[in-house]
Write a protein that binds this ligand. Sequence first.
Ligand SMILES: Nc1ncnc2c1ncn2[C@@H]1O[C@H](COP(=O)(O)OP(=O)(O)OP(=O)(O)O)[C@@H](O)[C@H]1O
Ligand SMILES: CC(C)(CO)[C@@H](O)C(=O)[O-]
Ligand code: BAL
Length: 383
Amino acid sequence: MRRASTRLSRRRPIQCERISTIFCENVRRRRGDRSERVSGIRTRCEKSPLSTRTTRLSRKKCGLRRHKAMKVVTTIRALRRSLPDEKRAVIGLVPTMGYLHDGHLSLIETARRECDCVVVSVFVNPLQFGPREDFDTYPRDLNRDKAQAEKAGADLLFAPDTEEMYPKPPFTTVRVSNVTEGMCGASRPGHFDGVATVVTKLFHIVQPHRAYFGLKDVQQVAVIQRMVDDLNIPVNIVPCPTVREPDGLAMSSRNVYLSEEERRQATVLFQALKTAKEKLAKREWHTPQQVEDGVRDIIETQPLADIDYVEMRTFPDLERVRDIGNKTYVIAVAVKFGKTRLIDNILFQGGETPTDVAYDDDGETAQSDGHRSESTLRRQRHN
Ligand SMILES: Nc1ncnc2c1ncn2[C@@H]1O[C@H](COP(=O)(O)OP(=O)(O)OP(=O)(O)O)[C@@H](O)[C@H]1O
Ligand SMILES: CC(C)(CO)[C@@H](O)C(=O)[O-]
Ligand code: BAL
């Protein structure tokens, strides 16, 4: 016990120093690049499907009539001015780093069905990238994102630049412990501090009732949910299923980095995860060790695969598993193919026969505390 706390207290200042140094370095490198900055441009919008949810107001009542063009804003002030005045309007936020694909679009479409006003943020957050990571080369195409987000039903696209989000290097950051240890937290030190900090900022800026996150980034979902619970942030986190290519590869903006051969071999990730679930169901594998070793063996059949981690954990607490019981479990992997680091995972409910984790149309896990009423989340917004 004592050893653990010593380790933590030693690590903290390093984390803080690291986050501000790396942040400044990331920002300095991209400063001068104003090519992404856009002014409040309006484009035409397709008809958005109306939700059947009774909690939703009609879009007309919120001042968001159907066919109204999606609005693009780059400042916090403009964003706040563009949010619906109607206090009962349910606001949904889909935070992204842009270069939108069908995975992102599924989040936007879900938000469209459940909310009166859908805000999509596009911001490549320097705070969550390490010094040797791909902040500079991360794919960016705001014009394409605008068209895609609008087609999927977004009302507002918030695309701030770094100066808008971080006018000063932040002295205040959000750090979530435990669930950030291991998995991506181990290989990307400080990453989740950057994610938790920017997501907190976005929550304060947009004040959404619901926020949509993809389960492809399963640890991120666990971190955000825990942060929201610990800090009583009044927002419902809606985890959304992973969208895959027809051959099973999880969609990811970084897939564009893959060479043809890397792309072909990367299909092994989902194959390995599916095999693990099948082996558990058939009782050919019984222990987390068998699962982790078995998944590794399958992935290693592909010569270009360089494994970062294969881990079986409980979800959403991300505790290590000694015996497989009837909790919800995740088998998560991170594997490099050349320079591209891909992540993927599979969730299942333990028990006599492992089953899929059911997400109801509120996107909640079976283990969640239950859906907080939207009315308890409504509050005055400050413009
Ligand atoms: N295949 C997918 N299915 C469902 N949600 C996804 C998928 N890919 C990304 N998301 C979700 O979209 C949101 C924004 O993610 P992000 O912009 O980082 O995209 P990404 O494709 O995950 O990019 P990266 O290449 O950085 O992994 C996150 O909540 C993420 O989990
Ligand atoms: C949540 C997020 C938008 C924060 O920058 C990012 O981590 C992502 O795209 O998953
Ligand atoms: N979707 C995760 C964001 C990142 O890799 O930084």
